[in-house]
Design a protein around this ligand. Structure first.
Ligand SMILES: NC(=O)c1ccc[n+]([C@@H]2O[C@H](COP(=O)([O-])OP(=O)(O)OC[C@H]3O[C@@H](n4cnc5c(N)ncnc54)[C@H](OP(=O)(O)O)[C@@H]3O)[C@@H](O)[C@H]2O)c1
Length: 244
């Protein structure tokens, strides 16, 4: 399979590229500032329109959480490039498209984001003719969540509920999905829902301090990923299963 992964140097993108190269796929990894460690690198600023050829599937992971404009523009450009190249698109989205008041959320539930990030990711989803994959907090190799858990100057929300998902499990699921002709929305997260405080503990935080989620932030955005669990051979493992 000829695969193009945007954000090839990112936490998820680099793992998708690593597994795809290992599996013998022809992999192009887009990069901007940070060199992509796996696959053939292609430097592109996704905020500008670009063209693609010789690609079967595009996996769009690139984003900047604090930059809604980048999220929307890059997805519009990636979707247009994939469509004119005749490539299928898998777009990464988030549990934060939901308001956190009606969990667990299935693919049929109406998104209602409460943050600028969630709003931008939802807007971006609307450009996608292929498959939108919504996931939750990613961990599993040294990264932002592991770094947060190691700090002693942060507090963790006691009632913010997420479905932490091992980055290698998600990458493997994405490669499985790349070979399927699926469109629409699919929730792909681990089945276990835990609080941010419990998540920090499970990542090794010694005596993490907890506080209630402040107003204006989604609380329980647990995803119902049972459809993906039925569809995929890859098992999305719960964090307690991994960390016990
Ligand atoms: N991480 C999570 O916990 C989590 C949870 C739910 C959903 N997601 C979704 O999963 C996806 C991947 O997240 P991640 O944490 O793996 O991301 P990440 O590590 O922050 O990587 C983002 C990548 O995007 C690239 N990028 C940023 N601006 C760009 C631009 N203008 N043009 C081209 N590339 C650009 C970055 O390149 P440079 O480093 O060179 O700037 C980086 O490689 C995102 O779509 C996110 O919404 C993530």
């Amino acid at each position: 399979m000829r695969l193009l992964v945007t954000g090839g140097a990112g936490y998820l993108g680099s793992e998708v590229c690593r597994q795809a190269v290992d599996a013998g796929h022809d992999v192009v990894a887009t990069e901007l500032r940070t060199p992509a460690p796996f696959g053939r690198a292609l430097t592109v600023d996704l905020r500008e329109p670009f063209e693609l050829d010789d690609v079967d599937v595009v996996v769009h992971t690139a984003y900047v959480q604090a930059d809604p404009d980048m999220i929307v523009r890059s997805t519009r450009n990636v979707a247009a490039a994939a469509e004119s190249a005749g490539a299928r698109l898998i777009h990464l989205s988030t549990d934060l498209v939901f308001d956190g008041e009606h969990a667990p959320y299935s693919e049929e539930d109406d998104p209602a984001p409460v943050s600028a990030y969630g709003q931008a990711k939802l807007e971006a989803e609307r450009f996608v003719h292929g498959l939108v994959v919504r996931t939750s907090l990613l961990y599993g190799k040294p990264g932002p969540q592991e770094a947060l858990a190691a700090r002693d100057d942060v507090v963790f929300h006691t009632d913010e509920i997420r479905c932490p998902t091992h980055v290698s499990d998600l990458a493997s699921a994405l490669l499985e999905l790349a070979a399927l002709d699926l469109t629409g929305v699919l929730h792909v997260a681990a089945p276990e829902a835990v609080s941010r405080l419990e998540f920090a503990r499970l990542l090794g935080a010694r005596e993490p301090r907890g506080v209630a989620t402040p107003p204006g932030r989604a609380r329980n955005v647990a995803l119902d990923s049972s459809r993906a669990a039925r569809l995929l051979r890859t098992k999305l493992r719960g964090i307690r299963e991994i960390k016990r």
